[in-house]
Design a protein around this ligand. Sequence first.
Ligand code: FES
Length: 131
Amino acid sequence: MQSVAHLVKVSVPGYLSELPIPDTFGGWFRLGFKDWLALVPPTALAAGVGYTVYRAYCPKARVACSGRTNKIVQLSNPKVVDTIDVEDISEKAAFCRCWKSKNWPYCDGSHANHNKETGDNIGPVIVKKNK
Ligand code: FES
């Protein structure tokens, strides 16, 4: 426990007090290469901690950055399953494959924005009745 106390009370404050952080805004422009190099580790550590906390406590970030395909449809369900009777389809129906439709499971054209933003080429699946 004594080593933790020494780390928190002596080592870390000593390390931080030695960092070449200027007193004025203009001082940032007068820093040398070694000064900038000394600032890399604490900056990387602060960015890593900040990003980890952001990912851990921001639910939107968890969904957005999780690699999931479905980011809006029935998120509280463990599995999204839809059943549609073929008899209920009049002539044809367009079903969403991009998981962005606000009229799930039908396509509402949201794939167009998705394709524009990402360069993807997703479109709906169209089910037609034989004549
Ligand atoms: S809205 Fe998803 S495929 Fe059209």
